[in-house]
Design a protein around this ligand. Structure first.
Ligand SMILES: [Zn+2]
Length: 443
């Protein structure tokens, strides 16, 4: 048993099963995780706890499985307030006729604060402990992550057009760099450059971004190859497909994570594998907007790191990573015409360790091994939907729903206990969301 002695043991969480993710597919029965200093110190049989760690507080979850918190690789947290506002539309019509006008009218610091808090509550309740957020007022999201003990990768948004957050390319960069400086080395918040998409950011700002990303050592996240029309527009405007254009600008590297990627040629898949690009598969958002389908299984088999993301709740319409795992696994089988494609253990790894790797956090979170942060969730499998527990990993991916998450710890701190959020005032969040409904649709 590996044991990390850098911190004194403070808490033990014991459960019927533990799925550490590394090694893939392993299920440990009646094991416990020892935590200290916000980190995982050891993983060992529960029967050894009393003898080895006498007097340490034990949280016992006898019907549950412990696993690393889920990592939502791509979302727009504040857009949760737009949930259900415009459905059953193409991406173009959804974005240009509904979402962008609504954002112009409503987005403010207050909107971002209330929407992001609602998103964090939904994610915490659903077993997500880390998210990659791309939206305006990222400094507000960063502050909320710290206030509520949530792990957040804060996208430093970049667009060509002026918005409520920044009037020019210079202002996007200066505000983004200020946020980066403020949170550099923070245990819960990290920054990532987030150019919105190739069609909304020109060559010069992307060149500047690449130089800065190299200089200060942060990753880049963007929407990429989301729809066929994005490819067509890029071909007529620049003569290149968007990935080729980013490659020409030096951005196709191991620090790039690209959301969507529904349109990929064989040589583009090979390029992503060769450059070790991460791809964030947003299956439900792509399905709902009929954008296309990311070849997640083929990418995985080619050696590409594939993570999962919900996208914003305005196009999904939830932030449920259990739903994403199941959809990704089922969709891959249909697309491949092969029921062996994207098995449950792979889906679970995509929602945890691969998500962590996509955000440059693979050495800190995403699996339950000593030395990593104690980002852990407990899922109660004593539930009609998951009984009998013939196969723990299968039940987690194909049967469980996110309401079966009972407990969650982030960096060893409880954020959900017996189904109740401990760091967010749920009633206040829901009351504010309803006040926004009244403003948005005037009801
Ligand atoms: Zn998105």
């Amino acid at each position: 048993m590996a044991f990390d002695r850098s911190h004194a043991p403070e808490l033990v969480i014991a459960a019927r099963w533990v799925v550490p993710i590394e090694p893939r597919g392993v299920v440990l029965e009646r094991h416990a995780v020892v935590i200290g200093g916000g980190q995982i110190l050891a993983l060992l049989p529960a029967a050894e706890i009393e003898r080895r760690f006498p007097g340490i507080p034990i949280v016992d979850r006898p019907d549950h499985v412990l696993l690393p918190g889920l990592v939502n690789g791509h979302t727009h947290a504040a857009m949760t307030l737009f949930r259900g506002l415009a459905d059953d539309l193409s991406l173009d019509a959804w974005l240009r006729d509904h979402i962008w006008p609504a954002e112009t009218r409503w987005v403010s610091e207050e909107f971002v604060r209330d929407g992001t808090r609602l998103a964090m509550l939904e994610m915490i309740r659903g077993g997500t402990t880390c998210a990659n957020d791309m939206y305006f007022f990222p400094e507000v999201a960063a502050g909320l992550a710290i206030e509520h003990g949530f792990r957040l990768c804060v996208g430093l948004i970049l667009l060509d057009i002026p918005t409520v957050w920044a009037a020019s390319s210079d202002e996007y960069f200066s505000k983004g760099l200020e946020i980066h400086d403020q949170y550099r080395g923070h245990p819960l918040v990290q920054t990532i450059f987030a150019p919105h998409a190739p069609y909304s950011v020109g060559d010069r700002p992307l060149e500047r971004l690449r130089l800065l990303a190299d200089e200060i050592g942060i990753s880049v996240h963007t929407h990429l190859h989301e729809t066929a029309s994005e490819i067509e527009q890029s071909m007529s405007a620049t003569g290149d497909r968007p990935l080729a254009r980013l490659n020409r600008l030096g951005l196709v590297t191991s620090t790039l994570s690209a959301a969507h990627m529904t349109q990929l040629l064989p040589q583009e898949i090979a390029l992503c594998a060769e450059r070790r690009v991460s791809i964030v598969h947003c299956a439900e958002s792509n399905l709902k907007l009929a954008s296309g389908c990311c070849p997640a299984w083929e990418l995985d088999q080619t050696g590409v790191n594939v993570a999962l993301g919900t996208d914003g709740a305005a196009s999904n319409n939830d932030l449920d990573m259990f739903g994403e795992m199941r959809t990704a696994a089922l969709l891959a089988k249909l697309v491949a015409g092969d029921s062996r494609a994207l098995p449950a253990a792979t889906a679970l790894q995509m929602a945890t360790l691969n998500g962590a790797r996509a955000l440059g956090l693979g050495d800190r979170i995403g699996s339950l091994i000593p030395g990593k942060c104690a980002d852990i969730i407990a899922v109660n499998l004593a539930h009609p939907a998951t009984s009998p527990v013939n196969n723990v990993i299968s039940q987690l991916v194909y049967s469980a729903n996110c309401d079966q998450v009972t407990d969650s710890w982030i960096a060893g701190q409880p954020v959900l206990t017996n189904g109740n959020a401990t760091t967010i005032d749920e009633r206040d969040v829901l009351r504010r969301a309803d006040a926004w409904r009244q403003r948005l649709i005037g009801a």
